[in-house]
Design a protein around this ligand. Structure first.
Ligand code: GAR
Length: 229
C-alpha cells in the first residue's frame, strides 16, 4: 500500500536541489529529511557530505537513500586544499543551496564567496551573542535569561553573516548546558526546515549582504513563532 502524501503549498514548486554538510550527529539533517518525506519541504537532497568519516548523520542519509559522502579534512595539507576538494564534491551535485547543519569547520573566504547568497548556517545562539563554540555553557555563565538559535547566510565573517531567523529559548532555573542544548535543538528542528522552505519557494534572498524576505529588506531577524510555523 502506498502511503498518502500530504499535498501542501510547498508542492507547487519544483524541488530545489540542495547539498547538506555535516560533522556529527545530524539531528538537523534528520529534521530536513523528515520534512521532505512529509512532502512539506520542496527540496531534493542531492547529497550529504561530512568532513568526519564517523559522523552519525551519514547513517541517517544512507537510511533515507541519500548519497552520503566524506571529504576528510585530515587528508589535506591545509584549509585551502580541503575547501577546494569540498567545493568540487559539492558542485558535482549542482545544488542551488548549500545547507550547513552542524558543519564544524571554518571556511576560507574563497569557498564562502563561491556560495554567496546560497549557503545557510544554523548556529546555537542568538547572534551576535556567543559566536563560536560552546555557546550553551557560555550563555549560562554569562547569566543570560534567554538563549536560542540563529539561521544566517554565510559570509567570510565567522557566525557573522546576515541573520534570517532566530528562535528564542528561555533559560530555566537549574538548566545545565546539556538541558539547554536539548531545548535549543528542538527549536532548531522546527526552524531550519522553515527557512529552507522559504528559500526553496523563492521568498528568501540575499542582496548586497541584506536579507530580502518576500522582496523586502529585513531590518531585524524574523522570529520563529506560530505565525511562521
Ligand atoms: C546544532 O546544534 C547546530 O546549531 C550546531 O551544531 C549542532 C549540530 O547538531 N552548529 C554549530 O555550532 C555551528 N557553529 P546536529 O548534528 O545534531 O544537527
Amino acid at each position: 500500500m502506498t502511503a498518502k502524501r500530504k499535498v501542501g503549498a510547498s508542492q507547487r514548486h519544483a524541488p530545489l536541489p540542495i547539498v547538506v554538510l555535516i560533522s556529527g550527529s545530524g539531528t538537523n539533517l534528520q529534521a530536513i529529511i523528515d520534512a521532505v518525506e512529509l512532502a512539506d519541504l520542496p527540496v531534493h537532497i542531492r547529497a550529504v557530505i561530512s568532513n568526519q568519516p564517523q559522523a552519525q548523520g551519514l547513517e541517517r542519509a544512507r537510511a533515507a537513500g541519500i548519497s552520503a559522502e566524506v571529504v576528510d579534512h585530515t587528508l589535506y595539507a591545509d584549509r585551502a586544499a580541503f575547501d577546494v576538494a569540498l567545493q568540487a564534491a559539492i558542485d558535482r551535485h549542482q545544488p542551488a543551496l548549500v545547507v550547513l547543519a552542524g558543519f564544524m569547520r571554518i571556511l576560507t573566504p574563497e569557498f564562502v564567496a563561491h556560495y554567496h547568497g546560497r549557503m545557510l548556517n544554523i548556529h546555537p545562539s542568538l547572534l551576535p551573542a556567543f559566536r563560536g563554540l560552546d555557546t550553551h555553557r557560555r550563555a549560562l555563565e554569562a547569566g543570560a535569561r534567554e538563549h536560542g538559535l540563529s539561521i544566517h547566510f554565510v559570509t567570510s565573517e565567522l557566525d557573522g553573516g546576515p541573520v534570517v531567523l532566530q528562535s528564542k529559548v528561555p533559560i530555566r532555573a537549574g538548566d545545565d548546558a546539556t538541558a539547554l542544548a536539548s531545548r535549543v535543538q528542538i527549536a532548531e528542528h522546527k526552524a531550519y526546515p522553515q527557512v529552507i522552505r522559504w528559500f526553496a519557494e523563492g521568498r528568501l534572498a540575499l542582496r548586497d549582504n541584506q536579507v530580502l524576505f518576500d522582496g523586502l529588506a529585513l531590518t531585524q531577524p524574523l522570529q520563529l513563532s506560530e505565525t511562521f510555523c
